[in-house]
Design a protein. Structure first.
Length: 440
C-alpha cells in the first residue's frame, strides 16, 4: 500500500471513528437528559420491568443469533455484498425462526419462576418481539458496517437514540411500563426498515472485491465463521450481564432497577472503544498487508485505552457528585459502580483487540480470554455474594472484565508476535501519525 493510500485510509478510519464516537456521545447525552427525568419520576420497579425486556430480549438475540453479525461484517467487507447477500439472507431467515420459537418456549416454561412471577404476559411477548427485532437490526447495521457506510449507520443509530429519548421524556411525565416497553419495541422495528433503506442506496458505483475474493460466499462459510465467533461472544455477554441475571433471580425488581443503573453508567465509558471497534473491523478485514493491520490495531488500542481511563475516572467522580442530588432513589448504584468502573477500563483493550483478531479471520482465538473471564465471574459471584451482596456481584463482574482485557492482550501479542510494551507505549511514528491526522 502506497503512502498516499495509507494516509487516505487512516483519514477515513479516523473520520468514521470520530463520527461514530460523536454519534455515540450525542446519543449518550440524549440518554442522560432522559435519564434525569426518568430516574426522578419513575419507580424502580417500573424501570425494572423495562430493563427486564431489554436484558432478556437482548440475551435471546445474543445466544440464539449465533453471532452471525460478525460473519456479516467480515464477508461483506472482504467479498462485498453482491457475493454475500444470498448466504446472509438464508442465515438470517433460519436464525429468526429459531429466536422466535426457542425464546417463546423458554419464557413459557419460566413464567412461574421467581424471575417472571410478577411479569405480565404481554411483557413476555414483548421480550420475544424485542429479541427478534434486535437480531434483524443487528444484521442490517452489520451490512452497513461491512460496506463502510458509516455515515448512514450513524444516522440510523442517532435517529433511534432521538426517538427513544422522546419516548423516555414522555414516560417521565406519564409513567407506564407497558407504553415504555412496547414503544421501544416499535422503535426497533422502525429502525430495521430505515437501515434496510440505507443498504439499498449507493452514491456512485458499488465497490468491487479483490480479484481473488470475487466468488459467491457459501452459507456454510458464514455459519462456520459465526460459530467460531459465537463461543467468545456468548462468554463476553455472560461476563457483562451475569450480574444482571443474578440480581433478578436473587433480589427484588427494584434492586435490579438500581443495579442496572450502575451497569448503564459503566457502559457509557465504552463509547470510544465501541466506536473504534465498530469501524476498524471492516477496514482490517479488507486490508491485504498484515503489517498495515498491525499498525492500525496498535495505534487504535492505545488511544482508546488512554481516553477510556480518563473518562472512567471522570464518570465515577461526576456520579458521586450528582447522583445523591439528582437521583436520590438510585444512590445505591454508586457502590456497585465503584467496582464496575475498574473492569470497564481493562475491557477497552479487549473491545479493540478481539475485533482485530476476528478481522484476521481467526475469531476462535478470542474464546480463551472470554472463558477465563467467565470462570472468574462465576467463581467470584459464588464467593462474594454471601459476603458483599450486590456489591459482590459487581466486584465479580469487574474482575472478569479485567481478566478478559489482560488475557486478550496476551493472545494478541502471541498471535501477532508483538512485544507487550507496544500496546502500552506509543512509538514516534504513532505520535507523528496522530499529529498529522489532527492537523488536517
Amino acid at each position: 500500500m502506497s503512502f498516499g493510500k495509507k494516509g487516505k485510509a487512516r483519514s477515513e478510519i479516523v473520520r468514521d471513528s470520530v463520527n461514530t464516537f460523536g454519534t455515540n456521545l450525542f446519543g449518550s447525552v440524549l440518554g442522560l437528559l432522559s435519564t434525569v427525568l426518568v430516574l426522578r419520576n419513575v419507580a424502580a420497579e417500573t424501570k425494572g420491568f423495562y430493563n427486564q425486556v431489554q436484558v432478556w430480549g437482548g440475551g435471546f438475540n445474543t445466544v440464539l443469533g449465533l453471532s452471525v453479525t460478525a460473519a456479516v461484517i467480515y464477508y461483506v467487507a472482504r467479498y462485498k455484498i453482491k457475493n454475500a447477500k444470498a448466504a446472509i439472507g438464508k442465515a438470517a431467515a433460519l436464525l429468526s425462526v429459531a429466536i422466535v420459537l426457542i425464546s417463546a418456549a423458554v419464557l413459557f416454561l419460566m413464567r412461574g419462576s421467581h424471575t417472571f412471577q410478577k411479569t405480565p404476559t404481554s411483557f413476555l411477548a414483548a421480550i420475544v418481539v424485542y429479541g427478534l427485532a434486535s437480531f434483524v437490526f443487528g444484521i442490517s447495521t452489520s451490512i452497513l458496517r461491512g460496506e463502510n457506510k458509516f455515515k448512514f449507520y450513524n444516522i440510523v443509530n442517532l435517529t433511534q437514540r432521538v426517538l427513544v429519548t422522546v419516548l423516555n421524556a414522555y414516560i417521565a411525565f406519564r409513567p407506564s411500563a407497558s407504553l415504555w416497553i412496547w414503544g421501544t419495541v416499535f422503535i426497533s422495528i422502525a429502525m430495521v426498515a430505515f437501515a434496510f433503506y440505507g443498504i439499498t442506496r449507493w452514491n456512485g458505483p458499488q465497490p468491487e472485491p479483490a480479484p481473488g475474493d470475487d466468488v459467491p460466499v457459501p452459507l456454510g462459510s458464514v455459519m462456520g465463521y459465526s460459530l467460531k465467533s459465537h463461543v467468545s461472544n456468548i462468554l463476553t455477554y455472560l461476563n457483562t450481564n451475569l450480574g444482571s441475571y443474578l440480581v433478578q433471580g436473587k433480589y427484588e425488581m427494584a434492586d435490579f432497577g438500581v443495579y442496572n443503573t450502575a451497569v448503564t453508567m459503566m457502559q457509557q465509558v465504552w463509547l470510544l472503544p465501541d466506536a473504534v471497534s465498530q469501524v476498524i473491523m471492516s477496514r482490517l478485514a479488507a486490508m491485504q498487508v498484515q503489517s498495515d493491520k498491525l499498525r492500525l490495531t496498535l495505534l487504535s488500542s492505545k488511544l482508546v485505552t488512554y481516553v477510556t481511563t480518563a473518562g472512567a475516572l471522570l464518570m465515577l467522580w461526576v456520579a458521586r457528585l450528582l447522583v445523591p442530588v439528582l437521583f436520590p432513589r438510585y444512590v445505591g448504584a454508586l457502590d456497585p459502580l465503584a467496582y464496575l468502573i475498574v473492569g470497564s477500563i481493562f475491557i477497552s483493550y479487549a473491545k479493540v483487540l478481539t475485533n482485530s483478531i476476528a478481522a484476521y479471520g481467526r475469531p476462535e482465538l478470542n474464546i480463551l480470554p472470554n472463558a477465563l473471564a467467565a470462570v472468574i465471574n462465576v467463581a467470584g459471584s459464588m464467593l462474594l455474594i454471601p459476603l458483599m451482596g450486590i456489591n459482590g456481584i459487581a466486584a465479580a463482574t469487574s474482575a472478569s472484565l479485567t481478566v478478559q482485557g489482560l488475557s486478550s492482550i496476551a493472545i494478541f501479542c502471541a498471535y501477532s508476535h508483538t512485544p507487550f510494551y507496544r500496546l502500552l507505549v506509543p512509538s514516534r511514528e504513532e505520535i507523528a501519525t496522530v499529529k498529522r491526522v489532527f492537523k488536517r
